[in-house]
Every structure is written in structure tokens, then in C-alpha cells.
Design a binder for this molecule. Structure first.
Ligand code: FES
Length: 136
């Protein structure tokens, strides 16, 4: 093999590897994620949430707070505060959700009661099927 041919082949291989190393991450970024894990529902036994308590579960990798309130039944809301993303907690004595970071408060419908949150918490679908709660 002549030196010139060898160098041209080496450059072609190097160029191909370089192009692939740029193209692959770009294609992975542009391609939509696999749908296999999307829209998965989370199932929780009713007995795991006594009246007046709450539980945070992950539904499609997003934290959801599930509350069992005496008058309203089961409620599922995103537990991510709409201000800066801290996780809200259920304060059973006042029947509100409180953000520990800047004191934002929400009612059990997710509406902002006070503090800096700009938007209500988003509701998460919840169905009661026999002794199970299906969330998501
Ligand atoms: S992050 Fe919740 S009030 Fe600021």
C-alpha cells in the first residue's frame, strides 16, 4: 500500500468515527424517548392510606401526593410546587398542602392559597377499583 493511499484511508476512518461521535448524541437527543414506560399507572392499596393521611408515590417518575381526606375521598395531585419545584406536604390539621421551601400553601384542589407559587398544582387522574387506587 502506498503511503498516500494509507493516509487517505486513515483520514477516511478518522472522519467517519468523528462524524459518528457527533451524530449519535444528536440523533439520541432529537429522537423521542421510548414509550414503553410512559403512561404507566401506579396501583396502591386503599388500606395503605388511612383517613387523614397522605402518601407520595412516583407515577411516571413524577412525585404525586395521594391524600385520603374524610369529606372528599381520595385526591391525587402533583407534589411538585409550581414556584421552584420543592415537594409539598400534606398538613392534615389545616387540610392544606404546604411547601417547605418558601411557605407556599395550596388547598386540596391544588389551588394556591398563599405564598409565591404562580400556578395551582396539577391534578393527577385517580380511580378507585375495588380495594385499589389506580393513579396516573
Ligand atoms: S418552591 Fe414552593 S413556595 Fe417556593
Amino acid at each position: 500500500m502506498r503511503r498516500r493511499t494509507f493516509l487517505q484511508s486513515l483520514l477516511a476512518v478518522f472522519g467517519t468515527v468523528s462524524a459518528a461521535s457527533f451524530a449519535y448524541p444528536l440523533l439520541r437527543f432529537l429522537a423521542p424517548p421510548a414509550d414503553a414506560d410512559r403512561d404507566k399507572k401506579f396501583t396502591l392499596a386503599k388500606k395503605d392510606i388511612p383517613i387523614g393521611t397522605s402518601r407520595v408515590v412516583l407515577v411516571n417518575d413524577k412525585p404525586v401526593i395521594v391524600i385520603y381526606e374524610k369529606g372528599k375521598g381520595y385526591i391525587a395531585l402533583s407534589s411538585v410546587c409550581t414556584h421552584l419545584g420543592c415537594l409539598v406536604g400534606y398538613e392534615a390539621a389545616k387540610n392544606i398542602l404546604v411547601c417547605p421551601c418558601h411557605g407556599g400553601t395550596y388547598d386540596l384542589e391544588g389551588n394556591v392559597l398563599s405564598g409565591p407559587p404562580p400556578r395551582p398544582l396539577s391534578k393527577v387522574p385517580l380511580k378507585v377499583e375495588n380495594e385499589q387506587l389506580v393513579i396516573g
